[in-house]
Structure formats: C-alpha cells, structure tokens
Design a binder for this molecule. Sequence first.
Ligand code: GLV
Ligand code: MG
Length: 339
Amino acid sequence: MRSAKDFFAPLAVGAPSPLREVPARPARMIHFFDPSNPKMAAKVPDMVGTVDVLLGNLEDAVKAENKEAARQGLVDVAQATDLGEHTQLWTRVNALDSPWCLDDLTTLVTEIGEKLDVVMVPKVQGPEDIHYVDRLLAQLEARAGLTRPVLVHAILETARGVANVEAIAGASPRMQGISLGPADLAADRRMKTTRVGGGHPGYLVRQDPEDGDVHGDRPTYQQDLWHYTIARMVDACAMHGIFPYYGPFGDIADVVACEDQFRNAFLLGCVGTWTLHPAQISIAKKVFSPSAEDVAHARRVQEAMGDGTGAVMLDGKMEDDASLKQCLVVLELADRLAA
Ligand code: GLV
Ligand code: MG
C-alpha cells in the first residue's frame, strides 16, 4: 500500500541542505502579539500549548516610539517562557528599508536565537531580500554559537514581490513559508479597498437577465479578491517544498466571513493563517485541520487503491492514482498535526 510518507518524502525534504533537517512543522495559526504591550506580553505564558505559533510582532501596528520596547519585550518574554514542544516562537521584524530591522535581527538572534524558530520578513520584493537576511542570520548564528538555524518566512505584500514569488520561495534553504499580506498588497497594487484581508461586497458578478430586463432584480455573487495571489503563492511554495499561509483577517467580529476566507485558503493549499485575536484561534484550528470525515474517506480510498495504481469505484465515484494522491495530502497533514 502506498503511504503518505512515500509520496511526500521529496516535498518534505526539499533542497538537499542540512538546514532541511530542521523540523518545519506546518502551523495552523500564527498568533500575533505586541511585545511592547505589557498586558499582551503577560498573557503569552498561558497561550503556550494552545497555539501552534506565538509571533512577537515588531512591525506595523507597533508605534514608531515603541519599536525598542517591543524588541526588548520580546527578548524578556522569550527568556522567561518555556515554550514546550508544541508552540513555536516566531517574530515579524521591521522591513529591510526601515531604521529598525538590523537591530531587530542582531538583538533577537544574539539574545534569544536558541528559542527563535522563524523570522517573518515583511514587504519582501525579491530573492535579494532573502539572500541579505540569510547571510546576516548566518553571521549572527555563528557569533552566537547557535547549532540550529533560524528559518525565514516572507510576506507577499508588494506587486513586485508577487511578480517574484517563485524566486522568493526558492531563495534560501532557510525558507519556511510565505504569507499573503493583503492590506499592504492592496495599497501597493492601488486596489480600492480599505480592509485588512477578506472580501468586498462590491467585488461581485451578477447573474444574466432572464427576460432581457437589465434593470430587474438579479442575484449577485461575491467573488474572492485574493484567489489569484493565493493560487500563485501556493504554486510557488509547492514547487519549493515550503508552506503557504493566508495572512490577517482584520474584521474580528465577523467570524463567519473569517472562517469562509480561511477555508478558501485551506482548500487552495494553504496550511495555516495568522490569528490577530483569540476569537480567531479556534476558527483556524478547525479550518486548517483535516476533518475526521475527510481523514476517514482518505483512508478508505488508500485501502481500496492497494498498490496505488489502477482505478476503483467507491460510492459511485471513480478513484484512481490522482485521487489517491489527493487523499495522501490529507493523510500526511493529519499525521504531521498528530506528531
Ligand atoms: C500584513 O502585513 C498585511 O499588510 O496585510
Ligand atoms: Mg503588511
């Protein structure tokens, strides 16, 4: 019987580099907190084990006057917290053209490098940005005597970044994944939205008139503003064996649209999302974990397909090598999340 492990070995291992030996678990939710806010930082120890990733955010949403406090707050919270086995520690540093990024990287790798799993780099324009971070991390790790490399995650939030997404995904063996940054991307593309992620009621298609009455009542269907970018990002990540993520969904109160947006991303291939508020954590956990029904169905197909070749009929539907591969995607994810 063909197993998920056989199918996924090349994808999971990626480029032949010792860095790939670092376990890069998919994370269903990357939970953001502001380390310059003492109330938020104080809640961090209680969140360990309840989220896959805790991310200390130093970039946008942290006021310029609080940048140093946020950096130091992250150092303090990381030093004081045992993150256990199931919660990774990430940071989002300031942009490479900001006055803070160099100090962010230098301080964090030096002070808490052994606890830091991933550095999220915002506003990545091309592979050159990743090369810069990669070399700088290598120097800082060597100086700090770290034996485990810090991985890199890029945010796709400029038109140039989208145009270069394949090169970004493959720019370094440190690449862990890429997230959609819909708010900055909308601004950079000069889209006419004013939201952080999610859809827009004006972006729709209208059903054709049935009786030639173009003014009559006709149903409309809202379209997904982010489909193109997510699909491109997913392809680039799959090509290079790294993980694609949805980004922020800013309308915290609209849990229904949040779940829809997360699910669209999951179905298109994303492994997780950002969560900006505790209310979004359970939504992310539910959406980005394969359901028990999907896992049971995938196992049925796997068993029915035997050596993985040929075709079988199950419940009136044809299953073959290609549908088995889709089922193995579900099983591989379920196995990784259970590990
Ligand atoms: C995230 O950083 C965004 O710009 O959407
Ligand atoms: Mg942004």
